[in-house]
Design a protein around this ligand. Structure first.
Ligand code: THU
Length: 134
């Protein structure tokens, strides 16, 4: 993936944070999921008073895509932090990693960023060694 695409995904994920619904944690996450055909699906985290029904940004993006018939993915960019700004990388939680494993192969790229110049790229295989699949 070229730097232009990486930065486009970072910008898109950062822009998504404004839609995060986080009255309980105040932790706002944005995601931009790149499909094989070049389409980008966005996601943000959406919390709930009962906590359990909350959804992470990554799963929001993946479920939006799958619900529209897309199942082939190349990469996802994730950015997250408290309202004011982003201090650290925001690696996906275990549940989101398991959902990625369902639709993506081990070369799927996970871009973690704090801004468009500071990012790191990991593969799903790295983040989920010995993942469970049927
Ligand atoms: N969250 C995400 O959306 N993605 C992650 O990768 C980590 C955590 C959300 C869930 C919850 O709304 C908030 O961040 C704090 O855990």
């Amino acid at each position: 993936m070229d730097k232009e695409m990486i930065q486009h995904l970072i910008d898109t994920a950062l822009a998504q944070r404004k839609y995060s619904y986080t009255p309980y944690s105040g932790f706002k996450v944005g995601a931009a999921l790149l499909a094989q055909n070049g389409a980008v699906y966005t996601g943000c985290n959406i919390e709930n008073a009962a906590y359990g029904p909350s959804n992470c940004a990554e799963r929001t993006a993946i479920f939006k895509a799958v619900s529209e018939g897309m199942r082939d993915f190349l990469a996802i960019c994730v950015v997250g932090g408290l309202e004011e700004g982003i201090q650290d990388m925001c690696p996906p939680c275990g549940v989101c990693r398991q959902v990625m494993l369902e639709f993506c192969n081990e070369d799927f790229q996970i871009i973690l960023a704090t801004d468009r110049e500071n990012y790191e790229i990991h593969t799903l295989g790295e983040l989920v060694p010995m993942g469970f699949k049927l």
